[in-house]
Design a protein around this ligand. Structure first.
Ligand SMILES: NC(=O)c1ccc[n+]([C@@H]2O[C@H](COP(=O)([O-])OP(=O)(O)OC[C@H]3O[C@@H](n4cnc5c(N)ncnc54)[C@H](O)[C@@H]3O)[C@@H](O)[C@H]2O)c1
Length: 352
């Protein structure tokens, strides 16, 4: 798994192990903390096979793939922040497309040819119909979205050129929540731009109140509506996708969502209920590029893979808060120790 130390990758790792696979993680830790490997070992009771590598290092990647004799690759590694991609588009193209091309070249050279790819609902650009089916028109509204769309197109050309490839393209809607153990979750709360970490920041009263972008959308309450999917459901979808590729050798392209939308205000209320905290927010103007509603048609994933999300918004909020609080404990212990002169700060690192 590339990017296996990240938010979604760590959850996929656990599901793979549970399903009987022997996953290996490749990651450069540009957006993750090696300490997460200890959490994975604690959850699974097994040592983690992890190689620190940048995917763009083609020769090193080929060597790792050749040595590992893998049945398939799950490619999650990418930069993922939309606002950051607007500031640094070339870094996004370099990392996300450079990493993908390097991976494809290495797999062409030494195998395997089964690949599950982390795509995103962002490839639908401004959706033309709702809920969004997989054959809807594609587009992009920011450089991050461009890299996901271009990656899908590159993989389509690769599969057309060589039928030995089996590629599962998974278009995630809005992953949220955390593992039931509370030991892993979405990181880091400070800089993440997704809604859940932003709400978490507000719940912890860290920084300015949550900015709620747009209250005049044509939705139930005027705030944007999204299809949130629990990260453990999402992780299970990867196992189903990989199994399908290995079983029949044919590719697929599916949405991973619930088919049910929640508005930003609904999420704020659900998170406040789960955490017992006030979530201070202030209304800000709409952000350019944001769409009013984005909800998956999940029928194809169910038909092709037998995938169906089972966890709801409440479970996402509870698990996210649980992971956050567990990660906060060492931080608060550090702060308390620092407040007492002469006491060394504990060495434990926060996971979030
Ligand atoms: N989280 C979301 O909301 C969301 C939504 C849709 C799609 N996705 C996609 O899912 C995938 C995983 O997302 P995530 O939320 O787990 O992100 P993440 O940042 O938590 O994890 C990505 C991991 O990839 C690693 N990585 C990045 N570039 C690398 C490189 N060149 N070489 C090796 N490792 C590299 C990072 O260190 C990190 O551990 C990404 O492709 C992302 O675009 C995420």
């Amino acid at each position: 798994m590339t990017g296996g130390a990240g938010y979604i990758g760590t959850h996929v790792y656990i599901e793979l192990l549970r399903a009987g696979f022997r996953p290996a993680i490749l990651d450069n830790f540009s957006n993750s903390d090696p300490a997460v490997l200890g959490a994975l070992e604690e959850i699974t009771g097994q040592p983690v096979d992890c190689t620190r590598i940048d995917l763009r290092d083609g020769p090193a990647l080929s060597a790792v793939l050749a040595q590992g004799r893998f049945a398939g690759v799950i490619h999650l590694a990418a930069l993922k922040s939309v606002p950051e991609s607007l500031l640094h588009p070339s870094a996004y193209v370099d990392n996300n497309l450079g990493g993908l091309v390097s991976l494809v070249r290495a797999m062409e050279a030494v195998g395997p040819r089964a690949l599950v790819f982390s795509s995103s609902a962002t490839v639908y650009g401004t959706p033309e119909r709702l809920p969004i089916p997989e054959d809807a028109a594609r587009g992009f509204t920011n450089p991050y979205g461009f890299t996901k769309l271009a990656a899908e197109q590159i993989l389509e050309m690769v599969a057309t050129a060589d039928p030995r490839w089996a590629i599962g393209t998974l278009r995630y809607f809005n992953p949220a929540g955390a593992h039931s153990s509370g030991l892993i979750g979405e990181a880091p709360v400070e800089s993440a731009t997704n809604l859940f970490p932003a709400i978490a920041r507000a719940a912890l009263c860290r920084g300015a109140p949550l900015q709620l972008f747009g209250s005049d959308y044509p939705t139930r309450d005027g705030t944007a509506e999204r299809d949130f999917i629990h990260v453990e459901d999402l992780a299970a979808g990867h196992v189903l996708s990989l199994r399908r590729l290995l079983d029949d050798g044919r590719g697929h392209r599916v949405n991973l969502g619930t088919g049910q939308g929640h508005t930003v205000l609904e999420v704020i209320r659900a998170y406040a209920a789960a955490s017992g905290r006030d979530i201070p927010y202030r209304i800000a103007p709409r952000r350019p590029g944001d769409v009013a509603r984005c909800v998956a048609d999940p029928a194809l994933a169910e038909r092709l893979l037998g995938f169906r999300a089972t966890r709801g918004l409440e479970a996402m909020c509870h698990s996210a808060w649980n992971a956050l609080i567990r990660a906060e404990m060492p931080r608060q212990a550090r702060a308390r120790a620092a407040a007492r002169p002469g006491w060394p700060a504990p060495l434990q690192r926060s996971l979030i």
